[in-house]
Design a protein around this ligand. Structure first.
Ligand code: BES
Length: 464
């Protein structure tokens, strides 16, 4: 039996224990955004540090002005070093009444087809995913006494609440975190049977605007049409942001956005993707983005602008004839290729300001900025990871784009100068951030087995 096969056999033999350990972490209410859970969030960091130490890592809980960061090293092996990133914090659970079970009492649910799901907050995002990597390390250590390569594990506790302390931490610990390649397990498979490496993610520029008009709410009969209505001003701004072809109208918005490179077009064309099924699954049928672009392009390689929330005026029961004093919106731009989030924020602010009447004013509140990221999959770690995934799943791993954002990937690339291989085992129906979040038991099991194989491949010098 080869060494890898022996380690895989250990994963299978120890799987019930791996699941029990995952259940332990899932019981911890590490909701980073809510101060009520600060102590439990820390307890979760301490659990991970203890767990990693029990496998032989040199693990520590590092304080930040916010929630702690766990760093653990095992550099006994010569040669390749990897940096694995995961996050141990989770999203809040509301609306609680929509959960079928207690979000922090994990359960195994069997579907009609016999497959099983782990249901709990954080099951997929990101506790289940990060534990696939840790369990793979545990199995290596238990069979061979060592890891096949040097590993640093970095676990953040603020990913779901802004991640404000991570950039400073990376900056201050550049040498300690240095590795040949970074690995992240916070992404999805292509479908339930096809593993995937996500090779690009969109960036993000988040902005909130509050438009202030009259100094109090007004009677809309007494004042209607004479007094500026901030809801109308906001509606016009939002409508003006896109033209009739779906393009964003901000001056300079498409600077740094090339047409889809031919190699990507070809690689995506090979993916078995149905626009009807993609939209049909969420009850829609008409692609709403830029005309003439495929849905994959719209979500992976084109920038966009979405209104994530808006409010103003009376929204209670019945009807109230009022002109509100203020209206507000939260707007995010997803960015691609070389778009500069700071330039886009400035262009957006000018665009809004130009539409505010002289007797009104607008307040701008910044909500984060990060550039898009993309990797050249020709580099050896991507190829080695693809081979490992293909062996485990018996189906070629797909190179896919991603419409979401993982700001730490950009930070690792820009500040630590590393490629980031994003291999995850989530599925599009995992309901992350929503009630009844789940992670397929198969994702957890084969995810662990996948990392066993990936670590073995990455350990072989890249010229191989
Ligand atoms: N893990 C997700 C993003 C993701 C999921 C990327 C699946 C690719 C495939 C991540 O936790 C997330 O939701 N990120 C936020 C980032 C934002 C709050 C800065 C997002 O994309 O909205």
């Amino acid at each position: 039996m080869s060494q890898v096969d022996a380690v895989l056999a250990q994963v299978d033999a120890d799987f019930d224990n791996a699941l029990a350990r995952l259940f332990e972490v899932l019981r911890m209410r590490s909701i980073s955004t809510d101060p009520e859970f600060t102590a439990e969030t820390r307890a979760c960091a301490e659990w991970h540090a203890r767990d990693l130490a029990s496998i032989g890592f040199d693990a520590s809980v590092r304080d930040t002005p916010g929630h702690p960061i766990v760093v653990a090293h095992d550099h006994a092996a010569e040669g390749t070093k990897v940096l694995f990133y995961g996050h141990y914090d989770v999203q809040p659970v509301d609306p609680l009444e929509l959960w079928d079970t207690d979000p922090f009492e994990p359960s195994l649910v069997t579907r009609p087809d016999g497959s099983r799901q782990i249901v709990a907050r954080g099951a997929a995002d990101d506790k289940g995913q990060l534990m696939t990597f840790v369990e793979a390390c545990r199995a290596w250590k238990s069979v061979t006494g060592s890891l096949p390569l040097g590993v640093t594990v970095l676990l953040e506790g603020e990913e779901e609440s802004g991640g404000v302390n991570l950039p400073g931490f990376l900056e201050a610990n550049t040498d300690e975190l240095q590795a040949d390649v970074a690995l992240i397990c916070d992404t999805n498979m292509w479908d339930a049977d096809t593993p995937a490496i996500t090779t690009s993610l969109r960036g993000l520029c988040g902005e909130e605007i509050v438009i202030h008009a009259s100094d109090r709410d007004l009677h809309s009969g007494f004042y209607g049409s004479a007094a500026a209505n901030p809801n109308h001003i906001l509606a016009r701004i939002i409508a003006d942001l896109r033209d009739e072809t779906g393009r964003i109208t901000l001056p300079g918005f498409y600077d740094g956005v090339p047409d889809l490179p031919e190699a990507l077009r070809e690689s995506w064309a090979k993916l078995d993707f149905s626009e009807d099924a993609f939209l049909g699954e969420v009850g829609l049928s008409v692609p709403a983005g830029e005309k003439g672009r495929s849905v994959l392009e719209q979500t992976w390689s084109r920038p966009t602008c979405e209104v994530n929330g808006m409010g103003g005026g009376y929204q209670g029961a019945g009807f109230k004839t009022v002109i509100p004093a203020m209206a507000s919106a939260k707007i995010s731009f997803r960015l691609v290729f070389d778009q500069d989030p700071h330039k886009i924020r400035a262009a957006f602010r000018d665009f809004v300001q130009a539409r505010i009447p002289a007797d009104c004013r607008v307040e701008f509140i910044e909500h984060g900025a990060g550039r898009a990221i993309a990797f050249d999959v020709g580099a050896p770690p991507f190829q080695q990871t693809q081979e490992a995934l293909t062996e485990e799943w018996g189906k070629p791993a797909a190179f896919i784009g991603g419409g979401g954002s993982i700001p730490v990937a950009t930070l690792i690339k820009d500040r630590l100068g590393m490629d980031v291989v994003m291999a995850g085992f989530g599925l599009s129906d995992d309901r992350i951030h929503s009630p009844n979040e789940k992670y397929d038991l198969r994702s957890f099991h084969k995810g662990i087995r996948s990392w066993v194989r990936i670590l073995a491949k990455l350990a072989v010098p890249s010229s191989a």
